[in-house]
Design a protein around this ligand. Structure first.
Ligand code: SPV
Ligand code: MG
Length: 549
């Protein structure tokens, strides 16, 4: 996970932020976290700092809070926590992982990993949690003071904080011993004193705070004396309050209840509404940042261009073959025609594809395609079928008839074409079918006749389109493939809604649409091709389609 930015704190380094928390005039709070995700949640809640609890990190690893996790394993967890957040971490360093020498190395490594500070307690290695048993042995004061000095001498950032934790009250040695030790540790260079208590009320902590009188910052951990009002800690001069284990305890409860419920029910119905969504996990992990980065650094796997395929008609000229299936689903060497067409789009990385179905719509089904239905297909034409997909007409959009096959390079050329509206025109239209009357054709007249690309230096513009152009003016045949971009998609949408308003939509074809947009003064460009496409109108086409592949 990448650092999330907390606007107030992100400009300061984490060491500086830690020191500011410790020396702030008001009481400040650290929230327990034990891994990257819980650390992020603590920051998300608004905390300015994190307590990396030894108890919680051990529990999350499934081991005891008795130095069973090695210090380098703790260091690894801290690295995840720090990477996931922009606020400082005070790490629970137990007794310093050994003697002064072990602490020296630990402090050095913590500084390298941008951890704001460490708290070490005056007990013996391996430590035992303060709430277990009575009268735990305490460290020798001088030995502990040497450890503090060694730690301070090893830090590589001046603001790194070492907090000395006094366990005298926990071990039953009394207030005087607690104060004596606090004073010694303060003298040895500790940046703050953590005074711990396992009493149910906060009396001895408040008494310590009074006696101590803010000689240096004091950190407290009101786990057992949680009923003491926070205001009392404030007025008695505590610097930092640690909420020491409440995220791990909350998550254990939640996980237990969820596991038990699923075990009992053998289904997820009872838990689904009580647990966070997978989407929330993605948000916490900042998957959107990764998606952005992928756009920047990975070769693109998906084009922004959309495709709308008009596949509502039956294909009546195919007779009995289209009695149960629309022609777009006729088999072409083991795959429906529509599948072949969609694959061609996919080859050009166009994956946002909408197919408008009509005749025998239940038979039109392919994975990963948006289907829309023109249920009035029998009484309407292509424009009405396109109108069904009007809301998908946006950005760069390629509209294709559902009964055509073409080589994918044509799509590549069309995608790269400059004009706002470009139609693909076959210049070799005469050779395609020996009998020109065998079918209705969308013939075009253009500004220039076809020339090989290296001679074609001016854009070719459409001048007219229709089935009944004068034979000597015909430059080619539109293949049923067009691209609309920029403002053209919006204009097509307007034309569709005007046609609908004037009740002319039902009878309108794609040719009518192209004529209407030209009538608005829009330039329609022509991309010439030389064959390499076909449409499937009749049984002989279907035979040819087998060979086309
Ligand atoms: C921890 O959170 O690991 C602590 C605080 O050290 S306590 O568990 O109260 O000792
Ligand atoms: Mg601890």
């Amino acid at each position: 996970m990448n650092n999330i930015k907390n606007s107030e704190t992100s400009n300061l380094g984490k060491f500086r932020q830690m020191r500011d928390l410790l020396t702030s005039n008001d009481v400040e709070f650290l929230m327990e976290a034990h891994d990257g995700m819980s650390a992020r949640i603590a920051e998300e809640a608004g905390f300015k700092g994190i307590w990396a609890s030894g108890l919680a990190m051990s529990a999350a690893l499934g081991v005891r809070d008795s130095n069973e996790a090695s210090w380098t394993q703790i260091l690894e967890i801290l690295e995840f926590m720090s990477d996931a957040t922009s606020i400082p971490i005070l790490v629970d360093g137990d007794t310093g992982y050994g003697n002064f020498n072990n602490l020296r190395r630990a402090v050095n490594k913590l500084c390298q990993r941008n951890i704001g500070g460490i708290c070490i307690e005056d007990k013996l290695f391996p430590k035992t949690n303060s709430f277990i048993g009575e009268g735990q042995p305490l460290a020798d004061i001088d030995e502990f003071c040497g450890k503090i000095k060694a730690g301070k001498d090893s830090q590589t950032n001046a603001d790194f904080c070492i907090i000395a934790r006094v366990e005298a009250l926990i071990s039953g040695w009394g207030m005087d011993e607690a104060l004596k030790r606090a004073e010694a540790y303060h003298e040895a260079g500790a940046d703050g004193i953590l005074i711990h208590s396992k009493h149910q009320d906060g009396e001895e902590i408040l008494a310590f705070l009074d006696e101590w009188a803010q000689r240096c910052p004091v950190v407290i951990v009101p786990t057992t004396y949680y009923t003491t009002p926070t205001e009392d800690f404030r007025t008695h001069g505590a610097s930092v309050v640690i909420w020491a284990n409440h995220n791990i305890r909350a998550s254990i409860n939640a996980m237990r209840e969820t596991s038990a419920r699923i075990m009992r029910d053998e289904n997820l119905l009872g838990v689904e509404d009580n647990i966070t969504s997978v989407k929330d996990i993605f948000a916490l992990a900042q998957n959107d940042e990764l998606a952005e980065a992928e756009k920047r650094y990975l070769p693109s796997t998906q084009s922004d261009t959309r495709a709308i395929i008009l596949a509502a008609s039956r294909g009546a000229a195919l007779g009995g073959m289209t009695e149960d299936l629309p022609k777009c689903m006729l088999d072409i060497r083991g795959q429906p025609l529509l599948h072949r067409l969609v694959s061609t789009f996919n080859q050009e990385k166009i994956r946002k594809i909408t197919v408008v179905r009509g005749y025998k719509k239940d038979k039109v089904n392919l994975p990963s395609i948006d289907f829309l239905d023109n249920d009035r297909f029998a009484d309407t034409g292509e424009a009405a079928t396109l109108a069904v997909a009007a809301e998908h007409l946006e950005g760069d959009c390629i509209v294709a008839y559902g009964d055509i096959l073409f080589r994918h390079y044509i799509l590549e050329m069309l995608s790269e074409a400059d004009g706002d509206i470009t139609i693909v025109v076959d210049a070799r239209w005469r050779e395609r079918d020996p009998d020109p009357t065998s079918r209705t054709r969308d013939l075009v007249q253009c500004s220039h006749d076809f020339q090989p690309g290296y001679l074609q230096d001016e854009p070719v513009k459409l001048q007219s389109i229709g089935a009944d152009l004068d034979a000597d003016k015909i430059n080619g045949e539109w293949i049923g493939l067009a691209k609309f971009s920029g403002g053209a998609t919006a204009k097509i949408k307007d034309i569709l809604s005007d046609l609908s308003a004037s009740e002319k939509l039902d009878g309108a074809s794609m040719i009518d649409l192209l004529q209407a947009i030209m009538a608005l003064g829009e330039e329609v460009r022509v991309l010439y091709i030389n064959g390499h496409w076909m449409d499937v109108d009749n049984a002989s086409d279907l035979e040819d389609a087998q060979k086309f592949l």
